[in-house]
Design a protein around this ligand. Structure first.
Ligand code: FES
Ligand SMILES: [Fe+2]
Length: 404
């Protein structure tokens, strides 16, 4: 603790003989990272195609066959199968790419595509392809839904990983102690309170920059400042996540906790409620904010209304900050700013992760001599030398925007 404090002091106070800090130390990402579609596409390949993404919670699934669909750069569906396991797939039919699920949620152990009637079971196997029984060489077993890796924590948080390979980064290696951060979550004690979505005109990182510090709280969130002792606010980086905590003004022993889950999620668990916040990237300068909010059963309605009002107010304050900040970033006048190594350590930490993922991926692409799309499912029986594939290759653009 003392050495951490000393390290913090050392980073802000330089003696006459100290060497000058490296030029990029404690600097924000250049503005270009917040509006450039090329960088956004690189992030999709380098980050969103291969890290574990906190997507949903088992509370949304009551029985086998229950499913939800959504988007997290890629369109996906999650379904609970007959064995009560959670299966996830890209929401794209293997016949002609129509979405196999068109509702945000439903229940069925057989998913039927509404274009030509191909049907899949909850394990993603193709079980019916009308009229294809007479097509020579057609193999049903090679036309199942495209699988997405899942990991469900003991608290019921559902993570997806879109890496198309059979060996994505192991969940435990990626997050280390993250699940323990949430302790136990008695999901039966809570019920869905509300879900909310809002499209924001800002880059996903513009929002996460604000989430990762509370330096702005005393200025921008007067309600928050009344509730929490902001001097006690701490952000402690963990493996691909960060622990946020602050004492309540009414009771310093009572710590309010939030978790940042790289790259774009926040989780808050309190006695009365818990919620997942997703900042889903849509374009380089837009994202969709999504909130799944659960409340403790039996909490009086007035109390819940009060919470909802409070959180919506704080979220709106952040939303407005980000929309205005994004305008400043887009103008191409401002380049980059200085970040405080203490109160903005969380921003430095996660921006560092972003750069690290992008740098490593670009290096792998440089070595391969082409762009690498980890989420892309390649067909094993496709003929690489046929004219249609050859033409794509010759155009030298295997890319596209990499999203559904
Ligand atoms: S696209 Fe789904 S059955 Fe044709
Ligand atoms: Fe904020």
């Amino acid at each position: 603790m003392l050495s951490a404090l000393a390290a913090g002091l050392n980073s802000t106070v330089f003696s006459q003989s100290s060497p000058p800090p490296p030029p990029n130390k404690n600097k924000s990402l250049p503005a270009q990272w917040m509006y450039d579609e090329k960088i956004f596409n690189l992030e999709k390949r380098a980050i969103f195609s291969k890290v574990w993404l906190l997507t949903s919670h088992t509370s949304f699934f009551k029985k086998p066959g229950d499913y939800i669909s959504g988007n997290y750069v890629f369109d996906y569906l999650i379904i609970r199968d007959q064995n009560n396991n959670y299966q996830a797939f890209h929401n794209v039919c293997r016949h002609r790419a129509f979405p196999v699920v068109t509702k945000p949620h439903g229940s069925s152990l057989v998913i039927g595509c509404k274009y030509h009637g191909w049907s899949y079971n909850a394990k993603g196997d193709l079980v019916k392809a009308p009229k294809f029984q007479s097509v020579e060489g057609f193999d049903k077993s090679k036309n199942g839904l495209l699988k997405v890796h899942t990991h469900v924590t003991s608290q019921g948080f559902i993570f997806l990983n879109f890496d198309a390979s059979s060996n994505p980064v192991p969940f435990e290696d990626h997050f280390a102690a993250l699940p323990q951060e949430w302790g136990t979550l008695d999901e039966d004690a809570y019920e869905l309170f509300y879900q909310r979505q809002a499209v924001g005109n800002f880059n996903w990182k513009t929002f996460m920059d604000g989430y990762q510090e509370c330096y702005h709280c005393s200025i921008a969130h007067p309600g928050f400042a009344k509730m929490l002792d902001l001097d006690s606010y701490r952000v402690e980086p963990l493996s691909n996540s960060a622990r946020h905590s602050a004492s309540k003004r009414t009771n310093p022993e009572d710590l309010q906790k939030f978790t940042f889950v790289f790259p774009t999620n926040g989780v808050t668990v309190t006695h009365e409620m818990w919620y997942i916040m997703r900042t889903v990237p849509v374009t380089a300068t837009t994202c969709r904010m999504e909130f799944d909010v659960f409340s403790r059963k039996g909490t009086p309605k007035e109390k819940l209304d009060e919470y909802k009002k409070f959180f919506t107010q704080v979220q709106q304050e952040d939303f407005d900050l980000c929309e205005a900040t994004q305008k400043g970033l887009n103008a191409n006048i401002y380049q980059r700013g200085s970040l405080h190594p203490g109160v903005e350590n969380g921003v430095l930490f996660y921006q560092g992760r972003v750069v690290d993922y992008c740098e490593k991926h670009l290096e792998a692409e440089r070595r391969a001599g082409k762009e690498i799309y980890p989420a892309r499912h390649l067909l094993t029986d496709d003929d690489d030398t046929c004219p249609e594939n050859r033409i794509c290759k010759q155009l030298g653009n295997e890319g596209g925007e990499l999203s559904w």
